[in-house]
Design a protein around this ligand. Structure first.
Ligand code: PLP
Length: 439
């Protein structure tokens, strides 16, 4: 155990020598890291100060099997001892990558029967954009390059996926950007069904396809349940309408399942809640429960078969595509989810979580707009729910951040979203192994 002096030394090294992702440099380079994680068990983790927290968001919505899972550690140890790494380049492969692909395909909707591996979510979406454009190129539609994404969608931080991300805060960084990507306003079922009189028609996916011409549009990317935008659930009818629209206009439908995939929502994939069969599914996070960086794209037979006709090397692939250790961990992770029926468990625990939310809503007039799909949930805070008065602190800022700080003091990690004035969204997405009592 590191003593107090040793801990301060570690914090100083971190402060001086690490540039943190998605953090405020001025803050971290002055104060050092807020928490240094140390150990974890189930839904709880402990930091180096010795304080234990309930992990209410599975870290970054990824530690689905919870912390300290020895079976995943063993799978990693076993594979590393056999052969830690072997590349998939030049047509080579490894057994864990093959077995995991079989398992993933088994869970995916019909017609999605092959996998391209990456190291995470951004790479997966970036790959899907490339495959969409490449597919149309192979089919003789050289100009189909535009990708349409949605406001409040989060798709990653590479130059293309950052542009696809429909949250202003994430798009501001660095300046360079993929020019073929447009954000639409989401969830306008009437517009997507063809109501041209809808006030936001031109900003809907349908309106954007009309404006740019379907000959120029390659794909639409949607998270069935938007995560980092504030846990927004697609209303019934919306994804169905977008799917028809895509088919009518020869536009591919990419479902970003980086958060939704592999059981969190109580089904294998988010699209399964609406019976949609996309052309590609992108995944990451839950495939290994965060125990190894791994992601990928599940491709439809149509796309795979088109790409299979190409007789030169495709200039795309990552050193860690199909990493044997990552795939062995992913395989064990999905085997545990199946063996312990954790997808059904997530659905059941989600109902219980929503019941708890409903009770809070009855008791507290500030607690509102709670929603869950399996164990992907959120609630909002308002000063006066009845009259729609937002909740702000004495500095006239949204209070969601204060709520998270207070939670942290009391040993609970949850996540807030306050992108707009008065927005107070709090996300709750605990590990899917959570028990009834723990919920
Ligand atoms: N897509 C979604 C829906 C996500 O939530 C995330 C990350 O939170 C990503 C893509 C990007 O994944 P990564 O951070 O692994 O690149």
């Amino acid at each position: 155990m590191t003593d107090k002096h040793g801990l301060q030394q570690l914090k100083n090294i971190d402060r001086d020598m690490i540039l943190h992702p998605q953090s405020t440099p001025k803050e971290v380079s002055t104060n050092g890291p807020s928490m240094i994680f140390s150990t974890g068990e189930g839904i709880r983790f402990t930091d180096m100060e010795g304080k234990t927290y309930i992990d209410g968001v599975s870290m970054l919505w990824n530690v689905n099997l919870g912390h300290g899972n020895k079976e995943l550690a063993q799978a990693s140890y076993d594979q590393m001892s056999e052969m830690a790494y072997g590349s998939q380049f030049y047509g080579n492969s490894n057994e864990p990558a093959i077995r995991l692909a079989e398992k993933i395909v088994d869970k995916a909707p019909e017609d999605l029967n092959s996998v391209f591996y990456t190291s995470g979510g951004s790479e997966s979406n970036d790959s899907a954009f490339k495959f969409a454009r490449f597919y149309w190129q192979l089919k003789g539609y050289e100009n189909k390059k535009i990708i349409i994404s949605l406001k409040w969608g989060y798709h990653g931080v590479t130059i293309s996926t950052q542009r696809a991300t429909g949250i202003k805060e994430f798009r501001a960084f660095s300046g360079s950007s993929d020019p073929y990507i447009y954000n639409a306003i989401p969830h306008l079922t009437a517009a997507e069904q063809g109501d041209r009189t809808h006030p936001d028609y031109e900003k809907s996916i349908r309106g954007l396809i009309e404006k740019h011409g379907s000959n120029n549009v390659a794909a639409v990317i949607i998270e069935p349940i938007q995560g980092a935008g504030g846990v927004h659930i697609a209303p019934d009818g919306y994804l169905e309408a977008v799917k028809v629209l895509c088919e009518d206009n020869k536009v591919l439908f990419i479902s970003d399942e980086v958060i939704c995939g592999f059981g969190r929502t109580g089904k294998h994939f988010g699209v399964d809640h609406w019976g949609i069969v996309p052309d590609m599914i992108t995944f990451a996070k839950g495939v290994t429960s965060g125990y190894f960086p791994l992601g990928g794209v599940i491709l439809s037979d149509e796309i795979k078969q088109a790409i299979d006709t190409y007789d030169q090397d495709i200039p795309h692939g990552f050193t860690y595509s199909g990493h044997p250790t990552g795939c062995a961990v992913g395989l064990k992770n999905l085997e545990i989810i199946d063996r312990d029926e954790l997808t059904a468990h997530a659905a059941e625990m989600g109902v219980r979580l929503q019941q708890g939310f409903d009770n809070l809503e009855k008791k507290h007039s500030t607690f509102t707009h709670s929603r869950t799909v399996g164990l992907l949930g959120a609630f909002e805070l308002m000063r006066d729910r009845e009259n729609g008065v937002p909740f702000k602190n004495h500095e006239n800022e949204s209070i969601a951040g204060d709520f998270v700080s207070e939670g942290s003091k009391r040993g609970l990690l949850i996540r807030s979203f306050d992108y707009e004035e008065g927005m107070n969204i709090l996300a709750v997405a605990p590990p899917i192994i959570i028990t009834k009592e723990e919920v």
